[in-house]
Ligand binder design. Structure first.
Ligand code: 5RP
Length: 222
């Protein structure tokens, strides 16, 4: 199977987690795009979607799926999104596509986080994929120095502005053995908007696309 076929397989499986008559939280990226395309097949059965990026909103609307502002929605039973890396404990690195802040907000509202990935994203320890950190532009150099103190090598994602008007530092060289502690530490740096570590609120369900079919992991401890 190609990587695209694995993404389509997990997207098809994810649709089974969508609650009829309710709002669904929708992530961003190529795997989330596959999910949006699948969601279109059951659009008559949901209230609509809340979206984590301008691009996902455009794709949802192109399919005729209603998208409302998160402020107007008080219950999101399930949030479905991809990841750049995930552990079997449900901790993730996200933000490769730069939508980490809105993803973290919608995920926080979601009662269940369903992470959809192909098997290449499952890792024993997070950190091989550079950790994205969204930063207020005037704080870029200061935050970069602080990230060096934490043992990382930050690189400015040149020419990229987030949906919120901020910049991204991609931090390599980290071996993240305690993702909750590192998420908390980076959150404390003034100027950081969001760190792409999703460990304090990790995945409740991981749908893993493998050659042998979709495996379902249900992390209980993070
Ligand atoms: C975007 C994200 C994506 O979920 C992550 O980058 C995975 O993307 P893809 O499904 O294209 O591999 O966090 O900000």
């Amino acid at each position: 199977m190609t990587q695209d076929e694995l993404k389509q397989a997990v997207a098809r499986e994810a649709v089974k987690y969508v609650v009829p008559g309710a709002w669904v939280g929708v992530g961003s990226g190529s795997t989330a795009n596959c999910f949006i395309d699948e969601l279109a097949t059951i659009k008559g059965r949901i209230k609509g979607a809340v979206s984590s990026s301008v691009k996902s909103t455009e794709r949802l609307r192109a399919h005729g799926i209603e998208v409302d502002e998160l402020n107007n929605v008080d219950d999101v039973p399930v949030y479905i999104d991809g990841a750049d890396e995930v552990t079997e404990h449900g901790a993730m690195i996200k933000g490769g596509g730069g939508a980490l802040t809105r993803e973290k907000i919608v995920a926080a509202v979601g009662r269940k986080f369903v992470c959809i990935v192909d098997a290449s994203k499952l890792v024993p320890v997070l950190g091989k994929f550079p950790l994205p950190v969204e930063v207020i532009p005037m704080a870029r150099s200061y935050v970069a120095r602080e990230l060096v103190h934490l043992g990382g090598q930050p690189a400015w994602r040149m020419g990229f502005t987030t949906d919120n008007g901020n910049v991204i530092l991609d931090v390599s060289g980290l071996s993240i053995t305690d993702p909750v502690a590192l998420e908390t530490a980076i959150n404390q740096i003034p100027g950081v908007v969001t760190v792409g570590l999703f460990a304090r609120r990790g995945a409740d369900v991981i749908l893993l696309g493998t050659e042998g079919g979709v495996r379902t992991l249900t992390p209980s401890v993070r």
